[in-house]
Design a protein around this ligand. Sequence first.
Ligand code: FES
Ligand code: FES
Length: 172
Amino acid sequence: MNRTIRCTVNGKKKELSVDIRQSLLEVLREELGLISVKQGCAAGECGACTVLIDNVPIDACLYLAVWADGRSIRTVEGESKNDKLSRVQQAFVDEGAVQCGICTPGFVMAATAFVEKHQGQKVTRNEIRRGLAGNLCRCTGYDTIITAVKKSLDEDFFCYDENSGGRRFRPA
Ligand code: FES
Ligand code: FES
């Protein structure tokens, strides 16, 4: 059985007829061609399918497409503007926070939500780790990912590195 939903995807209004059993992951990839949204575990464990729904990171594999009716969805495809990478995307590139890249779109979206939520707040590297705990990287590039998130934050954002005796630093 199909149902019509209306939502905004990467800033564009969409009207879609979706099977009520379809996941948002399937609709984004197969109907809209947004193949940055990866299917890893398909069970809510790995975070590879993370998208932002009303700016909250959500596993698209566990989220029915019909639930997206009236909501705003963001994927990696919509994060660069005028051929310029977003701050988070650029930080991932600069820090080499990518290996095979399968986990990367999900990490970028989870990191984007984290950065937007914590602007101007004091956070530690461990808090960043906890904030991204729903995203797994089989290539284990976690340190560079954490550093990329740190660098994504503006000048008012301070990090405390517990592993360096609590030294406070500004992201470079
Ligand atoms: S594919 Fe959705 S959490 Fe792994
Ligand atoms: S870069 Fe390969 S899974 Fe993360």
